[in-house]
Design a protein around this ligand. Structure first.
Ligand SMILES: [Fe+2]
Ligand SMILES: [Fe+2]
Length: 378
């Protein structure tokens, strides 16, 4: 007999429909989604959207045109601008970064668990695998962004936005290139795409509504990426990675601004029902990204059953802080777009449940890209 306490609440029912499980933290359901075809090379997704021409070439959206001008002068060359000849001792780099963040987890939190027997060597190995995994997911996400911005160039009906989106295609190509090269040359290879991330990218590509590509990619995926890149940039002393991330961030901040500036105009005029669809999509995206940070593949690679350790990881305060920080850009941007509070504060309540609502009043990313420009880089 099903547990009526769980299945009868309206949130549980909505969760079933949106994310495929009643409880946000249902670990079994999260782990049940995994990449079962790690040798897959080609992955095909049906793109349901129309390609749209516009014959109106007038300057209708000066903010987007300004961003386009910024993008033209903000280009950099991934081959010549980064110090690829840097010699990297992976163990040294990761162990020095771990001094700053205690492996991203607090080893003391694992007394009495399967990790109790881990010494420095195991924690360091975990750190290296985790770094490879994290950069690999950045890489796959970048390819998602490459496909999404090519799609936006075709599907957005506004001339100014088509111009801008075309520059982002080049930016994303560069990002794919630098992460792939770093993983190959400096880390000895990476990981396949995480299944939760792949589900999210598939949903974004598949959706026929042009604004959903923006919402899924520019606001949610890139919002999270900007926060995650910023964290790693601050943390690492490895000079090539630090510079690589700094350069990528200068582009990413423009990309998030592109999403916020474009969607603000669209969402101001939407009905409650239309906005509900967007709120649900944003929630689903947030949950998929949260699920992927269980990094189940890393535990498997370390010979640990994720089921034995993740219930404790989920309560690790060090990790919890990191997990929340990933939403520091997403939440204020959702607020600016009116997504938090429409329909009886539907998304606000979901973000409260996820423990990330505290970021709502941080600076949104509509103009923040100015701070990330390379000329002003510290
Ligand atoms: Fe990117
Ligand atoms: Fe981007």
């Amino acid at each position: 007999m099903p547990d009526s306490r769980i299945t009868d609440s309206p949130t549980a029912e909505e969760n079933e429909a949106l994310i495929g499980r009643a409880e946000l933290d249902d670990l079994e359901a999260i782990l049940a989604i995994s990449n079962t075809d790690v040798d897959e090379v080609i992955h095909t997704v049906k793109d349901e959207a129309d390609a749209i021409f516009t014959w109106d070439y007038s300057l209708a959206r000066p903010a987007l045109r300004k961003l386009y001008e910024k993008a033209k002068v903000g280009q950099w060359n991934s081959t010549t601008d980064l110090p690829w000849d840097t010699d990297i001792d992976l163990e040294k780099v990761v162990s020095s970064d771990q001094v700053a963040i205690a492996a991203g987890l607090d080893p003391n939190h694992y007394d009495g668990t399967v990790l109790e027997s881990w010494g420095d060597k195991e924690w360091l190995d975990y750190g290296i695998q985790n770094r490879k995994w994290t950069l690999s997911q950045f890489l796959h996400g970048e390819q998602g962004a490459l496909l999404c911005t090519a799609k936006i160039t075709e599907t957005v009906p506004w001339y100014d936005a088509k111009l801008y989106a075309s520059t982002q295609v080049v930016d994303e190509a560069r990002h794919v290139e630098v992460f792939a090269r770093y993983l190959d040359e400096k880390m000895g290879g990476g990981y396949q795409i995480n299944a939760h991330l792949r589900m999210l990218l598939d949903d974004i590509i598949n959706d026929s509504r042009w604004d959903m590509t923006y919402l899924g990619m520019q606001v949610m995926v890139e919002g999270l990426a900007l926060a995650a890149f910023g964290y790693m940039h601050q943390l690492t002393d490895e000079p090539l990675l630090k510079k690589l991330l700094r350069y990528v961030m200068s582009d990413e901040a423009r990309h998030v601004a592109f999403g916020v500036l474009s969607l603000k105009e669209v969402y101001e005029h939407m009905s409650d029902a239309e906005m509900k669809d967007r709120q649900e999509f944003a929630y689903e995206a947030a949950v998929r990204m949260r699920d992927r940070f269980m990094s189940q593949e890393v535990w498997e690679r370390m010979g640990v059953n994720p089921r034995d350790v993740l219930p404790i990881v989920m309560r690790d305060p060090t990790r919890d802080m990191f997990q929340q920080m990933l939403f520091a850009k997403i939440v204020p941007n959702c607020k600016k777009l009116g997504l938090l509070d429409r329909n009886d504060q539907w998304l606000r309540h979901r973000f409260e449940e996820m423990g990330v609502i505290q970021f709502e009043d941080l600076e949104d990313t509509g103009t923040e890209y100015i701070k990330f420009e390379l000329e002003t880089a510290g």
